[in-house]
Design a protein around this ligand. Structure first.
Ligand code: ATP
Length: 241
């Protein structure tokens, strides 16, 4: 067993009377890609939003690299090494691609100040279309390009843990495949641990080492991606098999 980078324990999160998470526990080891799959409203985004400090849990604990991060603000978590690429991308449309990436630098720990140029280069190698578009504004980008920019902006902050929400949303299959190739490379080459939320269970399980199936705010199944891909419950509900 490797070292846990993230431990979520008995997490309960509510929106008013609605209990979105009913006490879930998730462990992620350093170096893994772990996916959360499940239908609309299962609680996937809520899990990511709670890890990144946007939502406050009613009870339970979340620790990152062995220390509780409950109560920490989003910007503090970013500096501590957790980046969140939210659903809907949230790039700044009035800024160019390059300027959007510079926004990502604000969350970057000082120790990396000498490798900024190198890291921009890495992003442009990972997403060649962003190099071509680097002087264009966010407004002019296609959905796929915006998704790549959102991912690159999260990565330029040099996270050790990347929280990635629905990267395939609204993208054509070919673009989705490119984005997933980049996700695999970031994990393998740059060593970033990834917690990936996806409705496209097939794509997610193909890139992830392990997965958790959420239903109505609870974990129904967990296992290696291979086990989940073969599980009748997952196949029936999520893979259209
Ligand atoms: P999707 O795939 O549709 O994004 P999800 O699995 O990410 O779904 P969540 O967005 O985490 O699900 O939602 C979990 C539950 O919490 C749902 O019942 C949802 O309606 C509710 N919920 C989410 N955000 C809010 C909010 N801001 N206010 C009230 N209820 C919310």
């Amino acid at each position: 067993m490797g070292e846990n980078i993230l431990t979520i324990k008995d997490l309960v999160v509510s929106y008013g009377n609605i209990q979105a998470l009913t006490g879930i526990s998730i462990d992620i080891e350093r170096g893994e890609i772990v996916t959360l799959i499940g239908s609309n409203g299962a609680g996937k985004s809520t899990t990511l939003r709670t890890v990144s400090g946007i939502n406050k849990p009613t009870s339970g604990d979340i620790s990152f690299e062995g220390k509780s991060i409950l109560g920490m603000k989003t910007h503090q978590l970013a500096r501590a090494g957790i980046a969140h690429a939210p659903e809907g991308r949230h790039i700044i449309p009035g800024l160019t691609v390059e300027q959007n990436l510079q926004v990502g630098l604000t969350a970057r720990p000082a120790e990396f100040k000498d490798s900024i140029e190198e890291d921009f280069e890495r992003m442009y190698t990972l997403f060649p279309v962003l190099r071509e578009r680097r002087k264009q504004t966010g407004w002019s980008l296609s959905g796929g390009e915006q998704q790549m920019l959102s991912l690159a902006r999260a990565l330029i902050s040099k996270p050790r843990l990347l929280l990635l929400d629905e990267p395939s949303l609204g993208l054509a299959p070919k673009v989705t495949a490119q984005v997933f190739e980049a996700i695999a490379s970031v994990n393998k080459v740059d060593g970033v641990t990834i917690l990936l939320v996806e409705q496209n269970a097939f794509m997610a399980l193909n890139v992830a080492n392990r997965g958790y199936l959420l239903e109505n705010g609870a974990i129904r199944h967990s296992g290696t991606s291979k086990e989940l891909l073969a599980s009748p419950a997952v196949r029936d509900a999520y893979l259209g098999a």
